[in-house]
Design a binder for this molecule. Sequence first.
Ligand code: ADP
Ligand code: MG
Length: 149
Amino acid sequence: MLIPDEAQMMALGHRLARALRWPLVIHLQGPLGAGKTTLVRALLRGLGHRGPVPSPTYTLVESYQSGGRRVHHFDLYRLADPEELELIGLRDYLDEEAVCLFEWPERGEGVLPRADLELRISPRGKGRELEVVVHTGEGEAVARDAGLQ
Ligand code: ADP
Ligand code: MG
């Protein structure tokens, strides 16, 4: 589907927030500047988060709490080795029934959990093309409820 501008990307983030289920793993693919962080920011706003949403490029992960539920936003761009994920305690993040969003999931191949939902974003002129790949029933339900299918 075509996302013509940033406002539409934000709207999509809000729809995803309403459709979200816990726990869930979402992989966000696409080149630098595709809009992955923009989408996560809108999703967190949609969940009621009011503070800043920094890109976790250097920290690898930023965590948020919303109504007693947790969202972990990972950016693996700078990951040198997937093993590093074990050092930061990836298992603990996954064990707590959280929603985990991964930018650059390909850098954590072999260590990352399987995605329920994959969102692949590519630039198309001034807009973005979004390809949605579902891997589980939960992922399918979220994609459907967010109007992605
Ligand atoms: P990524 O996390 O994929 O590297 P960012 O979300 O940090 O990308 O940056 C995306 C940039 O592209 C932002 O500056 C945003 O304003 C701009 N942009 C332009 N059009 C769109 C669009 N349709 N969707 C998302 N971002 C867009
Ligand atoms: Mg980013």
